[in-house]
Design a protein. Structure first.
Length: 452
């Protein structure tokens, strides 16, 4: 009987070590969550005290102790309201003691991480007096596995996995315009393919500008309503989008007809309040490398650049209500690109930075968001393409990593949903025209040509 018990223990330990090495998520769900929960329950009070998250006893209790010569009361520990296990870690809901604030817990996340023996700890305020501590039991960004069920809605798509195990969504209605920075090989293209792959299944018009002769976006052209592969076409395409935006505002203005008997629900200032038969399809503009549109060497190129920047600034300032959204990608995005870039950057609410080679590049994205986000963007390792830091306008930031999306996967998704590609009259001449039988295409054929 003893040898049987020893054999069972050895098998269980061996299985646990194997799961921890090969399948950390399975290890966490079978062994790690039980061990971590017990550790938190048993060591909670001592950890709070060691991390300076306790407060002195009340003055009344101290007076009673002095009056009756009792032992000095211990420090008061914040109340642990509940512990919720998740598929990647634990969530602790804590009621703060009087005199504490959420910053005290944010400043102690590193100490909590070592005390509880977990991979990552993050803190956020739920409501006044209550904070939530999210612990991650293992490195979820090492091998990204998106949850089997993710929420998808109109113009809201899952893009990446956050370091606390939650899903990072790109919501174009909340954050209409964004900029994504990163050095060569940092994974910008992985994120870009992921976004396009998710948008391909939605009722949305995809418009692209890829001045690298279209090598990044032309394979996905069957799902694009318009595509430009050089700065000259890009300038005309952007001005066509501005014309569409102005026409959309005229439609909104005609449908307002505000009077005393008009119901409040029918008064609108954007396309989402228009009737279904009048609502124009939303447009998502993807610019693969912004620097190619801003650089110039001749007087003619300088005039073209001015047209491009003016059109981009107008789209960034006025495009949201007309259903036009910007996704801008680049290695750098700062004032060295010339006049108007700072004004354009101020309109881009979404900020994402992959691995950067210098601190100044990170400051271009997060200089007005958080200095901690700037430091985090410079600490991304070279062997983790697709890992990035996302900053929010309220100063919050988090690390994310998009699942690897190959070009073949993105092309397959675009081809599968090619029937959803809308025809936009203003952009008809930029519609990519591809040979239906690429095998018979001549060797000198262009990737795509302008439609007549």
């Amino acid at each position: 009987m003893r040898w049987l018990l020893i054999a069972v223990v050895v098998d269980v330990v061996g299985l646990a070590l194997l799961l921890r090495w090969r399948r950390p998520a399975w290890f966490w769900m079978t062994f790690g969550v039980v061990y971590a929960t017990a550790k938190v329950r048993l060591r909670y009070a001592s950890v709070m005290d060691a991390c300076d998250l306790t407060v002195p006893a009340s003055r009344f209790r101290l007076w009673l102790a002095r009056f009756f010569k009792w032992q000095t009361p211990r420090q008061r520990v914040p109340r642990l309201m509940w512990i919720k296990p998740t598929r990647t870690g634990l969530r602790l809901r804590i009621r703060m003691m009087p005199g504490q604030d959420a910053f005290d817990y944010s400043a102690a996340v590193d100490r909590l991480r070592h005390a509880f023996g977990v991979h990552q700890v993050t803190s956020r305020e739920i409501k006044p007096g209550v904070v939530e501590i999210a612990t991650t039991g293992y490195d979820v960004l090492k091998r990204v596995q998106m949850p089997a069920r993710t929420e998808r809605s109109e113009l809201r798509i899952p893009v990446a996995l956050c370091e606390d195990g939650s899903v990072h969504y790109r919501d174009y209605k909340e954050v209409p315009h964004s900029v994504t920075l990163g050095a060569v090989g940092s994974g910008k293209s992985v994120t870009q393919r992921r976004v396009i792959k998710e948008l391909a299944a939605q009722h949305v018009a995809l418009v692209g500008i890829d001045c690298k002769s279209g090598v990044e976006l032309s394979p996905l052209a069957r799902r694009f309503s318009a595509l430009a592969d050089n700065p000259d076409d890009a300038a005309d395409l952007l001005e066509a989008l501005v014309a569409r935006m102005e026409a959309t505002y005229q439609v909104i203005r005609r449908e307002q007809r505000i009077s005393a008997d008009t119901p409040d629900a029918e008064i609108t200032a954007n396309i989402w309040g228009l009737p279904e038969h009048l609502r124009p399809v939303p447009v998502v503009l993807t610019i693969d490398e912004i620097a190619e549109l801003a650089l110039f060497t001749t007087a003619a190129e300088k005039k073209r650049r001015e047209r491009i920047i003016v059109a981009l600034v107008r789209l960034a300032q006025l495009g949201r209500a007309a259903g036009i959204f910007l996704d801008i990608y680049g290695q750098r995005f700062g004032s060295e690109l010339g006049d108007g870039i700072t004004m354009l950057c101020a309109q881009l609410t979404g900020r994402m930075a992959h691995r950067v080679n210098d601190e100044s590049s990170a400051k271009m994205a997060f200089g007005d968001v958080s200095p901690h986000a700037v430091f985090a963007a410079t600490q991304i390792r070279n062997d983790r393409p697709g890992m990035a830091v996302v900053g929010h306008s309220n100063g919050d930031w988090t690390r994310i990593r998009a699942p690897h999306t190959s070009m073949r996967e993105a092309v397959t998704a675009c081809n599968r949903h090619a029937g959803l590609t809308p025809d936009i009259p203003e952009l008809a001449r930029f519609r990519p025209v591809l040979d239906l039988d690429p095998v018979k295409a001549p060797a000198t054929a262009e990737p795509f040509a302008e439609a007549a």
